[in-house]
Design a binder for this molecule. Structure first.
Ligand code: TA6
Length: 291
């Protein structure tokens, strides 16, 4: 089959739920779709047009509700706490502040979210957070948090990657051996990972503390390997709700847990403390390889 020609470009359009989206295409044939609502990468496709990220068929595209897809941005609270689950960023409309189309290299977009009266009612800390999405043959995402207020604040954050796989029970996760983890399904008790290849055969929800820079997910049936490299994120979360968990999730169909694994880059177990005027930067690179 003749290889389709691609050129670097950015298109803007209204998509599901009437929400504004950007589609970035790279000359290599990779593309991503970013929702301005949540600064949420909802799709990442390979030159062969395979979708690499999971989206639930029951995903809801409505302001105020998180989208069960792709890479939600978690800030300033991971999980439960004083704020709604997983914080504020994923349910806010961000502003596109920069678009860049290089002739031969990257295609990128930067989105920004500022605190406002509404956010300060529930989280009384002035902030600016920016997400830069840079697409080449790999997908780079950088998160920059600025404390624009007069007092220090602390936050937790994550890039909540939903990787698409043919069958979650036929994958392995490498790079976590000898890393301590906090098991959210066992009262957050800590354990040491003994396995070279972590396999998933039931519900899993854990955060690996100070995990190595790169984690690798090999999906046998897809014959595909995902490499997740992080910087400025101390932890790696592994999550799959399995069948009973998925049944309790309204925006997920019962069998879909098989088609996803979340391997996330985050600052979760140790919150980041940010002094007034200070900036915290974190980033991840997603790569995909055939096996
Ligand atoms: O990252 C894992 C996790 O925190 C799980 O505990 C699980 O509930 C998941 O995120 C999804 O959260 P959500 O609020 O999107 O349903």
């Amino acid at each position: 089959m003749a290889q389709q020609e691609h050129r670097n470009q950015i298109e803007r359009f209204l998509g599901k739920g009437g929400l504004p989206f950007l589609r970035l295409t790279h000359m290599s044939g990779f593309s991503v779709m970013v929702s301005e609502y949540g600064a949420h990468v909802v799709s990442w496709t390979s030159p062969q047009e395979s979708e690499l990220l999971f989206t639930s068929e029951a995903a809801i595209y409505e302001v105020g509700k998180p989208i069960r897809a792709g890479i939600p941005i978690i800030f300033p609270q991971f999980g439960k706490g004083v704020l709604p689950q997983h914080g504020l960023a994923r349910t806010k409309v961000w502003k596109v502040v920069r678009e860049q189309i290089g002739a031969s290299d990257a295609v990128s977009v930067t989105l920004r979210l500022n605190s406002d009266e509404e956010s300060e009612k529930v989280w009384p800390h002035p902030f600016t957070v920016e997400l830069e999405v840079v697409l080449t043959e790999v997908l780079l995402m950088s998160l920059r948090v600025v404390n624009t207020g007069r007092f220090p604040f602390s936050f937790t954050s994550a890039l909540h990657n939903y990787l698409r796989v043919e069958d979650v029970s036929r994958l392995s996760i490498q790079g976590l051996r000898d890393v301590e983890y906090s098991d959210f399904l066992r009262e957050r008790k800590t354990f040491m990972e003994a396995r070279e290849r972590v396999v998933v055969s039931g519900p899993v929800d854990r955060a690996y503390r100070d995990s190595p820079e790169t984690t690798v997910v090999e999906s046998m049936l897809d014959k595909r390997r995902y490499l997740i490299t992080k910087e400025g994120f101390s932890d790696t979360v592994v999550w799959n709700p399995w069948d009973l968990g998925a049944k309790a999730i309204v925006d997920m169909t019962p069998e879909e847990y098989r088609a996803m694994i979340c391997v996330e880059s985050g600052n979760i177990l140790t919150p980041v403390v940010l002094e007034p005027g200070d900036v915290h930067s974190s980033a991840q690179i997603l790569r995909v390889e055939s096996m």
